[in-house]
Design a protein around this ligand. Structure first.
Ligand code: PGA
Length: 249
């Protein structure tokens, strides 16, 4: 039985003060909700306040990106060691917005995934096709290529312990969602790819989220699917009430 994992990706929203207030309110309202892992991914500038506000609660704090080196001449970058030092436990890696706007490639995703694991940070690895690829019937190929590349060189145990997020790019922030059946189909495919490369046990243990316009009104349909273990949520994670509804789906 895989434990559900609901994660909020705040993207470039909220100041450090707003993050602190949100997490304190969330923590106060989460008491008694123990059936799911809850992760919040604020901007870098809010991570320290977020970690402090989350102390003593079940909320884990994720970064939205990181560099693969622990230090060096990389102006403007943040290292896994710096995140770890703050108490950050997870990091979103390979989000489509980073692939689209910041030249993230399958190769850099793989380097970051390995670096995260070396620093005991759990990666939330994002894969997903763009609209044009879906329309051409290329979804499985794209997702297979991204998944294989992201996980290259990892051990079966490492794969079992990370989190994957299938996020069809055309569904992110657009209000369009994949149908729960379509999302289940792609996520089952991802599990098959992992079974082939890392064995049935890892494929059975790894948690795979769906992401892309998940809202309190539609999360249940996704969570009812046998292969979908959680959601990576952008817009609907920005208000405490809405995020709580997602956690209590
Ligand atoms: P959305 O974003 O929920 O606003 O579509 C999801 C994501 O980008 O992770």
């Amino acid at each position: 039985m895989r434990r559900p994992v609901i994660a909020g990706n705040w993207k470039m929203h909220k100041t450090s003060h707003e993050a602190q207030e949100f997490i304190e309110k969330l923590a106060a309202n989460l008491k008694g909700v123990e059936e799911a892992d809850v992760i919040v991914a604020p901007a870098f500038t809010s991570l320290e306040a977020a970690v402090k506000a989350a102390q003593g609660s079940q909320i884990k704090i994720a970064a939205q990106n990181m560099h693969w080196e622990n230090k060096g001449a990389y102006t403007g970058e943040i290292s896994p060691a710096m995140l770890r030092d703050l108490g950050v436990t997870h990091c979103i890696i390979g989000h489509s917005e980073r692939r689209q706007y910041f030249a993230e490639t399958d190769h850099t995703v793989n380097k970051k995934v390995r670096a995260a694991l070396d620093n005991e940070i759990i990666p939330i690895v994002c894969v997903g096709e763009i609209l044009e690829e879906r329309e051409k019937g290329d979804t499985f190929n794209v997702v297979e290529k991204q998944t294989k590349a992201a996980l290259e060189g990892l051990t079966s145990t490492q794969v079992a312990e990370l989190i994957l997020a299938y996020e069809p790019v055309w569904a992110i922030g657009t209000g369009k969602t994949s149908s729960a059946d379509d999302a289940q189909e792609v996520i089952t495919k991802i599990r098959e790819i992992i079974a082939n490369d890392f064995g049935r046990e890892s494929a059975g243990r790894v948690r795979i989220q769906y992401g892309g316009s998940v809202k309190p009104e539609n999360i249940k349909g996704f969570m009812e699917q046998s292969d979908i273990d959680g959601a990576l949520v952008g817009g609907a994670s920005l208000e405490v009430d809405s995020f709580l509804k997602l956690i209590n789906y």
